[in-house]
Write a protein that binds this ligand. Structure first.
Ligand code: NGQ
Ligand code: ZN
Length: 457
């Protein structure tokens, strides 16, 4: 494939904003960056106005949950909680066949790429048919997720989930969990089939996802770690207080404490939520090189609590963000709410920028890019040679950016304009979104509408 050059008015490099910069892309990867290009190379390049950022990685999602957004916001008979939401979610599953999963996933991914994400780690656990039997093709559902990524241009790390139990200590799974359940043998087969399916994508990668400490035993977890030794490991942990007390009752230790004690937690790991940690756990997790995968919009929606992000980063910890339940998909809003949670909790401002004079938006964006790349095991999250050519370009004419210099662009994007400012998105060197709309916006949206009418009828 021949190379292609972009001449950016403004581009956010590792060293900061750079004006009038030439970026050359070959085979979907950045091959050269020239901050002082010659007039002839400028003339030969495609000129891009506006403010170009690296695409943000979305490190945690369950795409199918996009289809139930808005269906669990009505007060129930007893007090509503994460656990009653989960019952609604389990009932919603009864409506989903492979076609619906593909149509909903494509729509969720469409929103992701139109709203600032160019890569996704999909934590995929809806494996089986409505009776709980594997499909003839064990990776049927995984292939639907892969097809949706293909249609939208998102870079995909697919995390098939291992789920075997209903609570700590190897308890039997509940009826509502039947579509998630695998033996270790069945899981290994699924992992292999999914990995083969990922060859359909240019940058498809695999990872291993024990659902939570509730869903796996210690022995199963130890075994899972051996299955793909180079790949990321993602796990839900300590999201709800009940999970903490159940874990203490079972083992005498808190979930994060237990995990750090029993498992070789390192840079391969991404701990999703980790909301409820004491100071010691916060410091030890920070030192482990694992990523904290935070999903502040979902955590607010589900009433989880607030992650100790300020203490965590002061201790050297690294976080990325995910859209999780997909109740609202927006890279900017996710980061905004991460910062706002800290402000509300600690009654301060600019909590997640560590140095005086630093832009909070830039601190958040850089952290989530770097950690997201690690959690997805992909060469993404930075505009640098060797990285996937993913650019999110903000409209220079957006009113909330008008008159701004580079030092306040990221803050205005994250805290003010949000995804409304996104003009163009380039993923793997190809333009997928123009004027804020994906090439397949209408088709994917129409399919989603038809699907929702069908499954909600
Ligand atoms: C999930 N979601 O697997 O979709 C979980 C809820 C559970 C979030 N934690 C179910 N947001 O943890 O058991
Ligand atoms: Zn989740």
């Amino acid at each position: 494939m021949p190379s292609h050059s972009y001449y950016f008015d403004h581009v956010f490099l590792d060293a900061g904003w750079q004006s009038d910069c030439l970026v050359t892309v070959k085979d979907g990867v950045i091959s050269q960056i020239d901050p002082a290009p010659s007039p002839s190379s400028i003339a030969a390049a495609e000129s891009i106005k506006g403010w170009a950022l690296p695409g943000l990685p979305n490190l945690h999602s369950h795409c199918f949950q996009r289809g139930m957004a808005g269906l669990s916001e009505r007060r129930g008979l007893s007090s509503d909680s994460f656990w009653t939401w989960r019952e609604v979610m389990y009932r919603f599953l009864d409506r989903l066949d492979p076609e619906a999963v593909e149509d909903i996933a494509a729509f969720a991914m469409l929103e992701m790429i139109e709203r600032g994400y160019t890569a996704l780690a999909e934590f995929h656990y809806l494996h089986h048919d409505p009776q709980g039997n594997p499909y003839a093709n064990r990776a049927e559902m995984a292939e639907r997720i892969i097809a949706a990524a293909h249609k939208t241009g998102l870079c995909l790390t697919l995390l098939p989930v291992f789920y075997a139990h209903g609570n700590f200590g190897g308890q039997a799974p509940q009826e509502g969990q039947r579509r998630f359940i695998n033996s270790l043998d069945g899981y290994e087969q699924l992992l292999g089939d999914t990995e083969r399916g990922l060859h359909a994508l240019q940058d498809g990668k695999i990872g291993v996802a024990p659902h939570s400490l509730r869903a796996v035993t210690e022995q199963e977890l130890a075994y899972l770690l051996t299955l793909a030794p180079e790949s990321p490991i993602h796990i839900h942990i300590a999201e709800q207080l009940k999970e903490v007390t159940d874990c203490v009752t079972w083992s005498g230790a808190r979930p994060v404490e237990w995990l750090l004690d029993k498992m070789p937690v390192d840079h391969r790991w991404c701990l999703i939520h980790a909301t409820h940690m004491n100071e010691r756990e916060t410091q030890q997790l920070a030192a482990s090189q694992a990523i904290a995968g935070l999903c502040p919009i979902t955590e607010a929606n589900l009433g989880d609590g607030i992650f100790p992000a300020t203490d965590f980063i002061t201790s050297g910890g690294a976080f990325g963000v995910g859209s999780d339940s997909n109740i609202e998909i927006s890279a900017a809003h996710e980061l905004r709410w991460l910062e706002y949670g800290q402000r509300l909790n600690l009654r301060g401002r600019n909590m997640l920028a560590l140095e005086a004079g630093q832009s909070t938006g830039e601190a958040l964006y850089r952290m989530a890019c770097r950690s997201g790349a690690q959690a997805l095991n992909q060469a993404i999250g930075s505009i640098a040679v060797g990285k996937r050519a993913d650019f999110v370009v903000l409209n220079e004419n957006h009113p909330s950016l008008a008159g701004h210099k580079s030092d306040s662009i990221m803050d205005s994007y994250l805290f003010v304009a949000g995804h409304d400012a996104i003009d163009r998105v380039i993923a793997s060197g190809k333009t997928w979104v123009m004027g804020g709309r994906h090439h397949h916006h209408d088709d994917i949206t129409r399919r989603y509408q038809a699907c929702m009418k069908r499954i909600l009828s």
